[in-house]
Design a protein around this ligand. Sequence first.
Ligand SMILES: Cc1cc2nc3c(=O)[nH]c(=O)nc-3n(C[C@H](O)[C@H](O)[C@H](O)COP(=O)(O)OP(=O)(O)OC[C@H]3O[C@@H](n4cnc5c(N)ncnc54)[C@H](O)[C@@H]3O)c2cc1C
Length: 485
Amino acid sequence: MPISQSAPVLPEPSQKVAPATVQPALTVARRHRVVVVGGGFGGLLATQFLRKGDLEVTLVDRTNHHLFQPLLYQVATGILSEGQIAPPLRGVLRKQKHVHVELAEVTGFDLEHRTVVAVRPLGAACTFPYDTLIVASGSTTSYFGHDALAQHSLPMKTIDDALNLRRRILAAFELAEAARSEAERRTWLTFAVVGGGPTGCEVAGQIAELARRTLRQDFRAIDPTSAAVLLVEADKQILRGFGDRLSLKATSGLERMGVDVRTETRVTSIDGDGIEVESPGGRERVATHTVVWAAGVQASPLARILAEAAGAECDRAGRVAVGPDCTLPGHPEVFVIGDAMTLDGLPGVAAVATQQGIYVARTIRRRVEGKPDGKPFSYRDPGSMAAIGRGRAIVSFHGLRYGGLLGFLSWLFVHLAFLTGFRNRVGALISWSWAFIGRSRNQRTFTVEEIGGSDIYGRGGPQGSTPARSRNCPDLPRSSARRPR
Ligand SMILES: Cc1cc2nc3c(=O)[nH]c(=O)nc-3n(C[C@H](O)[C@H](O)[C@H](O)COP(=O)(O)OP(=O)(O)OC[C@H]3O[C@@H](n4cnc5c(N)ncnc54)[C@H](O)[C@@H]3O)c2cc1C
């Protein structure tokens, strides 16, 4: 269905209109307006591929950056800095002059009037009118309806999550060094990771390497290599999608690195002092202050809001059902891509989002040029991989399944190729050389304020510190010690 390119020129809300002059009725060609919600894998690729044609593109995101989520765990474990995996959207798109980047949180859709409703930082409401809409709002962490599990565990979905996790992991070693009893020390030196998918395995592996390689010689009262890392998975095996052989290979690799892999084990509760798990052998409580939640995701709430506005269906994970051309049923002008949609059982992975982003950009360009739509979306599976540690990765690629050093080199190559920005690629390569060939990790700094401020030192806190308790570290204990006056 070709979309009209002619429409009356309307004054922008910010434009001043002279009150007394009467303009002749005028219809001139204006650019076709595309609004893209979300600058993640799908939204960014769609925007980049909308570079040709008579288009005005507005990319709305509630963060100022694009996030390369597959490497979040490396930020969380001190290998990479946040800037290396999260370039600012304005910078990435600076050469596309017809693209406007808007920092705003989308809250709703008026499909009848073709308007996206949002709120800007500082609370001002705003709207973005569109001729075509692309919703690529991704997913959020899922606790499978058990919200209590969220209170004392650490998710890993955003840059804030990764930075919070990093200071919690590093602080745990410091607090173990300062602990006054063996039990307290063991609790700080125990880390639990929930979820045996690629993210959980990668985090568990990197916490183990941080403890056994990077921090090995840094402490005097504790032995960091004695840290316990538990990986808890409800299924019979970890990394199920990779097949039995690679799953076993990853399990033995993680175990050699010191990770205690517990399969067929379900988490029943998490509190500030530990985690309770249930397995065929019975129930067990493990004392720990650091629990990483890597067990599941669900679609961003925007998917359901959009589905309700359109009367469309959502699946159990809150993903809105789209047609074969990625459009919302009854709304050929609205596309939903990536983790926010469901179509033919496609997985929630970056490759689906990026391929759909390119596909919808091409469809929009065809429509604007007055051409008929092309073929329905078809996914080309590029395979999957997970790096569980230094020199250890597993790869599943078109029937080929391999691991070891070859797997690790494949992982390095693919992640370097897909990281956004040349400078980030060079930076990542240098950081990986330090961490994987050497032992060091550059990103190990946290501030006292970030781990609880004055409460960590007792009343009063270090000189000049603000007596506030960090909201990021609700489980870090208050000190009973009083500062000498
Ligand atoms: C830790 C982790 C590791 C992963 N590892 C891999 C991997 O190794 N390989 C792989 O293929 N996939 C991996 N994935 C999955 C992959 O990252 C996602 O499938 C992919 O990011 C989906 O792309 P998307 O464009 O749909 O959403 P996203 O990339 O998540 O982007 C969504 C964007 O929408 C924005 N947004 C959300 N709500 C709003 C709102 N209300 N208003 C404005 N903006 C909004 C967000 O800020 C974000 O920028 C991983 C995911 C995680 C969390």
